[in-house]
Write a protein that binds this ligand. Structure first.
Ligand code: 2IT
Length: 449
């Protein structure tokens, strides 16, 4: 192993032992980079890797909000401006009770390389709060978003840092965040946030972009194997925006999603989540704030497996699309035993590092990494920024065409990067290397700071 690379990883492990998700992603990304670091001894002198694992800056702030009974609550908010070498910091905001700096930093670190892969001018950032949106009223959500923006607005801007949604933050929350930013700044700077509603300057296709992009990526993988998407069964996790987009695009192309999951368990729909009614119901379930997938089983009369994950089902394609570390070693063994050929990560870091390594070693199994597969979401956010700065609105066809092209390019760049470094058909290493190269080049050009 390259001694410089090892020393940076060891340092992160020691220094950030209290942020295990961040340590996990640094280890995963940097381990893939060995042949690149071997080839570039000049990186050590300027401590390029040591600089990459330190955010350029990170804010922590208090967020106070009043509930419907007049009781006040205090939460913590964060925004990590991780790496701005390629453009304004860009990345979502996550509202979830378990959010802490280790989650924000793992997401921010992934975002640097993902954003680089899109080929668009966006740096990496991420934010969030340890606020649990489940069961909150509409008015409480609005007040929380307003309070969050009151703390954040002075640190962001269309050329500085452009937040978007992530878990717990969808179009509704972005609307409230944008409204408060506009009120505070007294200016129509709609390029400050992406994922806005269409009337507020949002882009066509942004809501479905992550799911559509994931399916476009999957099509590339299938083509490489001489297979077609039509007729394939897909096991998904989650039932949010991303899964909704996958269901729609899969149906359009003749495939079907057969599982959905939530914190309460998973459902198996042998006919597939393919009718308009079923697909629309996903949006309803998410908007209800109940965070339960059993509602789908009750409504459509399909089996529900309480407390279980869908990784033991037989399907052609697995697309973990819910959250980090959803697939552990035990699930990975079941996936391998079922001879699943395509393991396509969608959520950010859905697989533990040992499970990912195990799956990549399975003969005949193809593993694709989330930072490439889900990059269509942020890529379309960058297209939203472009439309906002041009004061123009592109058609859905135009945005979809560009999204499709970006996903094809990400796939090809990943394949070529792995091949260039003698790693064969390795989509995981290829994505890490291709993403890293562009950031490294920009950082080298801009001098040490
Ligand atoms: O993980 C992600 O890429 C996102 N949550 C979307 C980020 C964005 O800026 O659209």
């Amino acid at each position: 192993m390259n001694t410089y690379l090892v020393s940076v990883i060891e340092n992160v492990k020691k220094k950030y032992a209290h942020e295990p998700e961040f340590v996990q992603t640094v280890e995963e990304v940097f381990t893939s980079l060995e042949p690149v670091i071997d080839k570039h001894p000049e990186y050590e002198k300027v401590d390029l890797l040591g600089r990459m694992v330190e955010p350029e800056r990170m804010f922590t702030f208090r967020v106070c909000w009043e509930d419907d009974q007049g009781q006040w609550h205090t939460n913590t908010g964060w925004r990590c401006q991780f790496n701005g070498a390629l453009g304004p910091y860009k990345g979502g905001i996550r509202f979830q009770a378990n959010v802490y700096p280790g989650i924000i930093k793992f997401l921010g670190f992934e975002q640097i390389f993902k954003n680089s892969l899109t080929g668009l001018p966006i740096g990496g950032g991420k934010g969030g709060a340890d606020f649990d949106p489940a069961g909150k009223s509409e008015a409480e959500i609005m007040r929380f978003c307003q309070a969050y923006m009151q703390a954040l607005y002075r640190y962001i801007g269309p050329d500085i840092d452009v937040p978007a949604g992530d878990m717990g933050v969808g179009g509704r929350e972005i609307g409230y965040l944008f409204g408060e930013y506009r009120r505070l700044k007294g200016a129509w700077e709609n390029g400050v946030l992406t994922g806005k509603g269409f009337a507020s300057g949002g882009s066509r296709i942004r809501p479905e972009a992550t799911g559509f992009g994931a399916v476009y990526y999957l099509e590339n993988v299938l083509r490489h194997e001489g297979e077609e998407i039509a007729g394939k069964t897909i096991a998904c996790a989650g039932f949010g925006n991303v899964t909704w987009g996958i269901c729609r695009k899969a149906r359009e192309l003749g495939a079907k999603v057969v599982t959905l999951s939530g914190p309460d368990g998973y459902i198996y729909d042998a006919d597939g989540v393919v009718t308009d009614e079923k697909i629309a119901y996903l949006v309803e379930m998410r908007a209800s704030g109940r965070n339960r997938v059993q509602d789908y089983a009750d409504r459509f009369g399909v089996p529900f497996y309480p407390g279980e994950k869908p990784w033991g089902v037989k399907a052609d394609v697995m697309m973990p699309s819910a959250m980090q570390n959803d697939v552990h070693m035990e699930s990975a063994r079941r996936i391998a035993a079922n001879h699943v050929k395509y393991y396509i990560e969608v959520a950010n870091m859905p697989t533990t590092n040992d499970a990912l390594k195990f799956l990549m070693e399975q003969p005949g199994m193809i593993v694709a990494p989330s930072k490439a597969v889900n990059a269509g979401g942020v890529a379309t956010s960058a297209l939203e920024m472009a439309q906002n700065s041009e004061r123009l609105v592109w058609t859905a066809e135009e945005v979809d065409r560009q999204l499709h092209q970006i996903m094809d390019t990400i796939y090809q760049m990943s394949v070529e990067a792995a091949r260039e470094y003698g790693l064969g058909y390795n989509l995981v290493a290829g994505a890490n290397i291709a993403g890293f190269k562009r950031v490294a080049e920009a950082m080298m050009e801009q001098g040490v700071f």
